[in-house]
Ligand binder design. Sequence first.
Ligand code: ADP
Ligand code: ADP
Length: 224
Amino acid sequence: MYELKAVHKRYGLAKVALRKIDLTVRDKEFLVIYGPAGAGKSTILNILAGITRPTTGDVLRDGVSILHLPPERRDAAMAFENYALYSHLSVGENLAFPLHARGMARAEIDQRVKRIAEILGIGHLLDRRPGFLSGGQRQRVALGRAIIRPADIYLLDEPVGHLDAKLRHKIRAELKALADDLNATVVFTTTSSREALALGDRVAVLNQGRLEQIGTPADLYHRP
Ligand code: ADP
Ligand code: ADP
């Protein structure tokens, strides 16, 4: 379980990005942070990942502050909307890269690559170079590479944001199935209410740095 305690974030002197946020991420839940551009969603993910420090407040993992832990000791896997692939490596090699980097055994790497490629519908592309893929295929590979390694928490920053609607719907369903399957803790950001309600076990509504509501889709849907 992760907890943000009264997390306040200012950029520079004037810009307040988060205003005293109290937010719990429960083990194995799919938490969606929903809000318009500029609401502070990425800032929350960056703070959980250890890329950004809160100005004041604390971040706890299982009750222990992790503020002093650098990103490489947080065990968070992060995916952004815009990410580059290694153009000189095949799709399969791109997917395997984070696993090789951790010294995982060959057989386990092959198994994980196969599984994630199947889920994302890119199993037939494993031998291709990124230059020969469509934009949507590239984004799937990049998403796969970001989430292929085992991690304590997966931080997904609008990972399907710039795909067309049809592909977004497809990957959305796949992601949800994948998270259920991995029994993973996921924090996912979106500007789409539809996406938030479709994916979230719980949805946190963020606006201008304030946490306005948090609840299950049913809770939020029945509230004005
Ligand atoms: P979101 O992910 O919801 O779009 P962000 O967390 O990226 O929101 O940004 C929250 C606010 O903080 C925005 O007003 C944004 O312009 C500002 N902001 C984000 N990063 C920086 C930064 N590095 N320097 C200054 N302002 C920033
Ligand atoms: P938002 O625009 O809030 O991001 P969505 O991404 O959920 O909302 O939907 C974008 C568009 O895709 C909508 O016009 C919606 O009607 C359409 N749509 C809804 N369900 C599907 C589906 N299963 N496949 C393709 N398009 C869909």
